[in-house]
Design a protein around this ligand. Sequence first.
Ligand SMILES: C[S@@+](CC[C@H](N)C(=O)[O-])C[C@H]1O[C@@H](n2cnc3c(N)ncnc32)[C@H](O)[C@@H]1O
Length: 285
Amino acid sequence: MRATQFSLSAVGAAGHRAMHQRLEGGGIFADPLARDILDDDEWRAAENQAAAPAGRPMRLFMAARSRLAEDTIAAAVARGVRQAVVLGAGLDTFSLRNPHAGAGLRVFEVDHPETQASKMLRLERIATRPLHWPRFVPVDFETQRLGQALDTAGFDDSRPAVFMWLGVIMYLTTEAARSTLAYVGGIPGAEIVFDYTEPLENYTPARRAPMVALAERLAQLGEPWLSLFDPPALAAELQRLGFVEMEDLDLAAIAGRFPAMFAGISPSGAGPHVMIARNFAAGPG
Ligand SMILES: C[S@@+](CC[C@H](N)C(=O)[O-])C[C@H]1O[C@@H](n2cnc3c(N)ncnc32)[C@H](O)[C@@H]1O
């Protein structure tokens, strides 16, 4: 994304989560702050976005990736992990809700400085609600060292941690994506949940057209997709970077996790994925 720009794609993703509360009652992912983090114009834009029935699979995917990430964090906390890092947090509200604060989970929220500054202004607006406060860590993945910034913020990279990195990797250069994954892979007892998109040529012609249109819209907003991944190549890269267990969920597998919500949608073939990767053997969960 442009170095001086607040992320508009972050507003789009937050709009999907907010509309999931209204239209599906948060059936996949309940987020009581999803509406509040948006201003009124953004909420109206989200309503318009949701008016097109074709937007439903994308909205459900957005809800599912958050649910899978937060379930992974909950399981990590149950194992004793006490550090969570939200990378490229945008308007995600996990850190503000921190359901594991009582267990002592410390949350670090990393984002592009412009996006993070805008979020912090929003928090002043909704601070009448009881909020948890993460450690805010401004980082441009393209030009700054994530490890150094987290270290300065008090993150302990000798202790286990769980990372959530949703809706970000496609906006990064391959080098920035790889160096972030290499950093996470080098932390003992690290686990990361991220989503990625397959190269558009993998899509069937019918499904490729809307994805190309979406990618073009995002590029016009200054947030082009720079890193798309073939699943086998990504798995090999993660292995090279120290990850030993991977769950790569394509849209069909995700729909299978939430069958009632995905009723009437039968995804097949290429599409977005959620990857859960760890550099230790957790065994059957
Ligand atoms: C589509 S939004 C996703 C936000 C949030 N994770 C979510 O799921 O709603 C993309 C996020 O990536 C962040 N991002 C994009 N390029 C970045 C970069 N070079 N450095 C840091 N963050 C970046 C943006 O600031 C934004 O928060």
